[in-house]
Design a protein around this ligand. Structure first.
Ligand code: GLU
Length: 305
């Protein structure tokens, strides 16, 4: 039994006082209003022990971390057919790049860059009767948490400035890989990114990727073991924008970051850990988040390698 509370407290103190050269994202104006000093950590083990420190119960905008949840539901609905619409290769380009799509004929490199997540949202819209309601209900079921919701202010803020995503969606549609109306797809995409969760809520919701025996309180299995393994594999290779190699190198866990400053990382068969610190490095990943997790997997000898 590891003493997680003591371990995260020690690293918290060490990292909190580190000079942080990052910047809070402000291309979504509402995100720029968040205090850069927020810093929280929560770890939940597969036997549901939870340990937190700092601002671990404060909700923040999960942004691209939601891409794991949209992918999970789309994978459940489409199974292996899903990969005809989106690939599973690292992009080597920024998360909002249009460049590669031209050469790849509108098939996004992976579901964790914006282009891929927009296609996944399109897939969901084709399946769901009320996409926003059905998707948030899905998130509430996985986490057994009726308090999860979209943040209207953040979604509207992104909608008013999301020119690159608007361009991406239209560009992909020109290749025929968006089947629904672009405005409907983008509205759904912006809302999925706006979901607000705390570190504690995040480290609980992703237990289904850590625990092979996970079932919801309604007795549903979310993914097969093979599907969960595959999502973890894509997280490891594509979860950190153009810095996924660096994250695997320094931390050694599958995970995903968001421009709200959150990072979730999963240790299959052991735990899920979340760190939130809004200042981002030049690749768009939380500066202190990565540093914390590097120290954490080193101290607990729990990289998957
Ligand atoms: N909503 C953000 C965007 O599309 C998500 C980016 C992120 O967290 O990586 O720009």
């Amino acid at each position: 039994m590891k003493h997680y509370q003591k371990i995260i407290e020690d690293i918290y103190v060490e990292v909190k006082n580190t000079d942080d050269s990052g910047k809070v994202a402000n291309y979504i104006p509402e995100l720029g209003t968040i205090s850069p000093d927020n810093f929280g950590i929560n770890i939940t083990t597969i036997d549901k022990q939870s340990y937190g420190i700092g601002d671990y119960e404060k909700k923040f905008s999960i942004q691209s971390i939601s891409k794991i949840l949209t992918l999970t539901l789309a994978y459940q609905l489409e199974r292996e057919k899903l990969w005809e619409r989106v690939d599973v290769e690292p992009s080597g380009n920024p998360f909002n790049s249009l460049l590669q799509l031209e050469a790849d004929f509108g098939k996004p490199r992976n579901p964790f860059i914006n282009a891929g997540a927009i296609v996944i949202c399109d897939v969901l819209i084709s399946h769901l009767k009320n996409p926003k309601e059905d998707f948030i209900d899905f998130c509430r079921e996985i986490s057994n948490n009726p308090n999860l919701n979209y943040d209207d202010k953040i979604a509207k803020s992104e909608k008013s400035t999301g020119f690159r995503n608007i361009a991406l969606c239209n560009f992909i549609k020109s290749f025929g890989n968006i089947k629904n109306d672009v405005d409907v797809v983008l509205d759904f995409y912006f809302y999925t990114c706006s979901i607000a969760m705390s570190c504690k809520e995040l480290s609980t919701i992703f237990l289904f990727l850590a625990d092979d025996n996970f079932i919801t309180h309604k007795n549903n299995k979310i993914l097969t073991e093979s599907q969960a393994k595959r999502i973890n594999a894509i997280l490891l290779t594509c979860g950190f924008y153009d810095e996924s190699g660096e994250f695997a190198f320094r931390v050694g866990l599958p995970g995903k970051s968001g421009v709200g400053g959150g990072i979730v990382a999963i240790h299959p068969d052991e735990y899920c850990i979340t760190v939130w610190s809004p200042k981002l490095n030049t690749n768009g990943n939380s500066y202190k988040g990565m540093l914390f997790l590097e120290k954490f997997t080193t101290k607990t000898a729990s990289s998957i390698f």
